[in-house]
Design a protein around this ligand. Sequence first.
Ligand code: GLU
Length: 383
Amino acid sequence: MFASDLEGETALRAGLRDAGRVVVKFGSALLTSPGTGLEHARIRSLVDDIHELLDAGHQVVVVSSGAVAEGCVRLGLDRRPDAVSDLQAAAAVGQVGLMAIYEQLFVARGRHAAMVLLTHDDFAHRERYLNARATLNRLVSAGVVPVINENDTVATDEIRFGDNDTLAGLVSNVVEADVLVLLTDADGLYTADPRQQQDAPMVNFAAANDRQLDAMAGPGGAFGRGGMVTKLAAARLAADGGAHTLIAPGRLERVISRLLAGERIGTLLAATVAPRDARKRWIAGLRKSKGCLVLDAGAVSALQQGGRSLLCVGVRRVVGQFQRGDVVRFEDENGQAVGQGLVNYTSAEADRLIGVPTAGIASVLGYVNEPELVHRDNLVVYR
Ligand code: GLU
């Protein structure tokens, strides 16, 4: 059912060689072996591949796991601990070893790696987001390769669920990547769990937002935290910002260079929207919304077809508590997600403004923050 658009796939894969900015994510299962920690030879060949990409003119940002696994070895733990604080401690110890290898391998070819530790919250605060964005842009334009990991000391999202898959999706938005490459120990995304159904075919190509994919992404593998569920979620985050995602086997020689040369390897999950400007990408990447605005059909079509701002008159219900500037989701009356944006009024104000025409805001509140509830520059609409 996904193999039908061979022409579309071929064209898209051929276009990958023009990708400017590429985010490459390495999972723990790829970089480490149970009991012995980081696999130096594997990391060396991946970094060689990145050097090749950089020499060809691509800009590369790395998202790397492996700190927890390496830290466990360094601390003499014979298995992954259960307590989150133990995992966080292991991450802190292991991160040192992880960066030491990257730095050594990049310096050997006259380049530098930079350690960047981020949390999901950094993407939800406008100021921190802008700081991270500015730093990463500066590093990349200076020819430095940022190596990003979750800041496991203060955050546990990826330790618990994702093994940096989600982080990689968010990073793709921040750096305005054209392509996100998720390297893993599997060949790609299969239509069923290949450990249970050996002849399950692999998906070569699909739209990232294709709902049929949901049923295929089984729960996480034995190693690392990330299964295909989080990879699919990362691909969708990346697609929100206009980036295509490749899920491919990290053990294949020169796999990243070959992918970007258009070779048919792994799964390509295509973004169906054109790349948006940076602000829109950031808004699309924000995940921790504070509330929801339920919209009437007129408002939904004004957003979807007209590219308009969201006005109070089109709001039917206000759910949750939020402040001015917070991210709120938009839903239609059937509970379907329509989009999200930065709201100009608090939830208490918005509640009083339900169904109020713009000209009536002053008489209801006694003041006007802005004529729109959410300005069109500050919202994204899902399609
Ligand atoms: N950020 C973690 C790491 O680098 C995630 C992987 C895990 O939880 O094992 O190790």
